[in-house]
Design a protein around this ligand. Structure first.
Ligand SMILES: [Zn+2]
Length: 80
């Protein structure tokens, strides 16, 4: 499983909607991957701030924007 493959799952994970069997795989990867940890930290921060300001769920357009940012971070991490 590569980091970029995990990005959509990562969003569901921080949203609390990721299926338990996928969650286990994601957590196993996160435990050994510093890059994903960094992305997750940033993502969780963003989402927690967003929730505090706006409410319990992310609107679809915000999710899409966040996913794009994650993909950029992932691409940067890959190319070093
Ligand atoms: Zn990773």
């Amino acid at each position: 499983m590569s980091c970029c493959d995990l990005l959509p799952d990562l969003l569901d994970y921080v949203d609390g909607t990721l299926a338990p069997e996928r969650r286990a795989g994601l957590e196993a990867h996160l435990a050994g991957c510093e890059k994903c940890h960094l992305v997750l930290d940033t993502t969780e921060c963003t989402i927690l701030l967003y929730r505090a300001a706006e409410g319990p769920t992310l609107p679809a357009d915000h999710r899409a924007a966040l996913l794009r940012r994650l993909e950029e971070a992932c691409r940067r991490a890959r190319t070093g």
